[in-house]
Design a protein around this ligand. Structure first.
Ligand code: ADP
Ligand code: MG
Length: 253
């Protein structure tokens, strides 16, 4: 096959090379990341775990292009974002990253549909296309019938699913979630994780920062941070991928 017939770009979605992040200077400098190298291919579903202070939030800020590293290279779809100015970074954030936060971050006085529409207003998508994509995204998260509800008329799990719809609607290269189930009960957690499963099955690239084993167990890969470095990076076997006979034997307990 020649490269011209390849359906996808040749670059991984994420390519972190020897990333360093130092806060402050001199004696009081904190080395939050001390040489993180990590590649995430299109369609992967990665959980980032690690104890408090290990550098997860720092990494999240970099992955979300909210900050630039003090050292190393951060390539997003093959483009090094380390050298970009703030105005360029904000464009990259809007076009390439779909954020899901622990606290949902929906706008209270706007309906679910209007919240989902918002990133497309910033991106200048035409009205008819916005309508269509809002409907498709709400359908995807199972909330087509809640389009006209405001956040305070929705459960926590429903609000987070609206936030996931908002994250999807620009077709970002990367869906980036920071403790997305941290404020949810177990039923809502499962609802949100089921939506992530569906996104992953549809080929989306997902990175989720979490301290919950239940969340990590649904990902395809678990990266553990420790003291500012990647301590381990393991592909996981999902329960659904195992033959039923093995499950009946209680192999995973
Ligand atoms: P985690 O999210 O895994 O708890 P963080 O990325 O928040 O870890 O923090 C990693 C290290 O960097 C910690 O030692 C923390 O105190 C330090 N740190 C984080 N943000 C800042 C900051 N803005 N200024 C100075 N030190 C910071
Ligand atoms: Mg943190």
């Amino acid at each position: 096959m020649t490269t011209a017939t390849l359906p996808h770009p040749v670059h991984p979605v994420l390519d972190l090379r020897a990333i360093e992040q130092v806060y402050g200077e001199g004696d009081t400098a904190v080395h939050a990341l001390r040489g993180v190298s990590l590649t995430v291919e299109r369609g992967d579903y990665v959980a980032v775990m690690g104890p408090s202070g290990s550098g997860k939030s720092t990494l999240m800020n970099l992955l979300g292009c909210l900050d630039v590293p003090t050292g190393g290279h951060h390539l997003l779809d093959g483009v090094d974002v380390a050298g970009l100015r703030e105005s360029q970074l904000s464009l990259v954030r809007n076009r390439k990253i779909g954020f899901v936060f622990q606290s949902f971050n929906l706008i209270p006085r706007m309906t679910a549909a209007a919240n989902v529409e918002l990133p497309m207003l910033y991106a200048g998508v035409a009205r008819a296309a916005r309508r269509e994509r809002v409907a498709a995204a709400l359908e995807m998260v199972g909330l087509a019938d809640r389009a006209d509800h405001r956040p305070n008329e929705l459960s926590g799990g429903q609000q987070q699913r609206v936030a996931v719809a908002r994250a999807l609607v620009t077709s970002p290269s990367l869906v980036l979630a920071d403790e997305p189930t941290g404020n949810l009960d177990s039923v809502s957690t499962d609802d949100v994780l089921t939506v992530f499963d569906q996104l992953s099955a549809a080929g989306r690239t997902i990175v989720v920062i979490t301290h919950e084993d239940e969340v990590a167990a649904r990902a395809k890969r678990v990266v553990r941070m420790r003291d500012g470095v990647v301590a381990s990076d393991v592909r996981t076997v999902r329960v659904g991928d195992l033959p039923p006979a093995l499950l009946r034997q209680g192999a995973l307990r």
